[in-house]
Design a binder for this molecule. Structure first.
Ligand SMILES: *Cc1c(COP(=O)(O)O)cnc(C)c1O
Length: 386
């Protein structure tokens, strides 16, 4: 039975396979006995392999063990989680923060805690899968608006019934397109229509804004948007997620967010690593500057070669290909040329918008990026993209 389904996926070029690595994910990675340039990781600042971050994880493991034992409500809360929440609140300029096991858990847990049956959720069409699942799980009436289309959103908002609770849902920085949600306008619409605004800043945190505080800082709307979530597994280089907001919201979520209540707390090592990484993000601005320099080198190079990119303004540089089979062929040629950057296909992205999702980090060298650009040119020609 599953064999048939797998064949079906393969026939549509939609089969996915795991590729075993022989090293940590860094600017390069060992794959199939070769060293290739990795342009696929969301560890934008290279913090997953930062010596201080690793040391913090080891120290926490030595002190508190490898596992947290239970939900924090069941067997007590360990210092690494408390310290991380204090550090997150300080970093995000909010009263409080709450740590969860992953961004996926955060979204499927927090959204249903905020709104339920009788409510209305309006989500950007390109919102991350975990947001969409959270919206569906909530039991609220759920509609999508066209990507970043404020007129469309406003027209749906106008049709809401009076007194119906409304939640607007969006990525801050869109994971598969690298473009930004219009947060100032979304915040204004939310105020005008008395709606809540839920921003997922998974890719913005550590990357966007003069201090790396994220997409809210980038737009200068930290005071207009009272809470938001993000992950600790991307630029923060660890694992887990957070929601930052008022003390009241956090207390409410401790009491209502099921993936907080009914999951074992993340390991102490992950929390301690994230705290150490937040310190690096705040004290080592040079990393973020290198990230943007590298982003500009790769963006300019890919455009000069003649690739069609999304309207990206970030270190996520998706090359639009179209059909899934073509994207797969392109990815294989890239690998032959020494670059690992995956083909992203439906259902992760809409039909006929398959792409190579290229991401760059602060730790790539300029020479590596030049070598990668040469590989993109060769692979693009071989795959018939150029
Ligand atoms: C990766 C991602 C998530 C999920 O976060 P994890 O911590 O990896 O589970 C949620 N939202 C967006 C926008 C993401 O890109």
């Amino acid at each position: 039975m599953f064999q048939d389904r797998l064949h079906n996926l393969a026939n549509q070029s939609l089969l996915r396979r795991l590729r075993p690595l022989g090293s940590a994910t860094g600017p390069t990675v060992e794959l199939g006995g070769r060293t290739v340039i990795l342009l696929a990781s969301n560890d934008y600042l290279g913090l997953a392999t930062h010596p201080e971050v690793i040391r913090a994880a080891i120290r926490a493991t030595e002190h508190y063990g490898t596992g947290s034992g239970a939900s924090r409500l069941v067997c007590g809360t360990l210092p690494p989680h408390e310290k991380l929440e204090e550090a997150l609140a300080a970093f995000k300029h909010t009263q409080a923060a709450l740590v969860l096991g992953s961004g996926y858990q955060a979204n499927v847990g927090i959204i249903p805690a905020l709104i339920g049956q009788g409510g209305l959720i309006l989500a950007d069409r390109l919102s991350h899968a975990s947001l969409i699942d959270g919206c569906r799980l909530s039991g609220a009436d759920f509609r999508v608006y066209r990507h970043r289309d404020l007129d469309h959103l406003e027209s749906v908002l106008k049709r809401r019934t009076a007194s119906q609770p409304v939640l607007i849902v969006t990525d801050g920085l869109f994971s598969m397109d690298g473009d930004l949600a219009p947060l100032p306008e979304l915040a204004a619409l939310a105020t005008r229509f008395d709606a809540m605004l839920y921003v997922d800043d998974a890719h913005g945190t550590g990357v966007m804004g003069p201090s790396g505080r994220g997409t809210l800082e980038h737009f200068g709307v930290e005071h207009q948007i009272p809470f938001h979530m993000g992950t600790l597994g991307k630029a923060v280089g660890s694992s887990g997620a957070y929601v930052a907001g008022s003390a009241e919201l956090i207390q409410y979520l401790i009491n209502t967010c099921k993936p907080f209540i009914f999951t074992t707390a993340p390991p102490p090592s992950a929390a301690a690593a994230a705290t150490a990484a937040l310190a690096v993000i705040q004290n080592d601005a040079a990393r973020r500057i290198r990230l943007w320099t590298n982003r500009d080198q790769l963006y300019t190079g890919l455009r000069r070669i003649g690739f069609r990119l999304t309207e990206t303004v970030s270190p996520i540089l998706p090359i639009l290909v179209g059909e899934a089979d073509k994207a797969l062929v392109f990815a294989e040629h890239l690998l032959t040329q020494g670059v690992y950057a995956p083909a992203i296909r439906p259902p992760t992205v809409p039909d006929a918008t398959s792409r190579i999702r290229v991401t760059v980090t602060s730790e790539h060298t300029s020479q590596q990026l030049d070598a990668a650009l040469a590989a993109f040119l060769q692979a693009g020609i071989a795959a018939g993209i150029l």
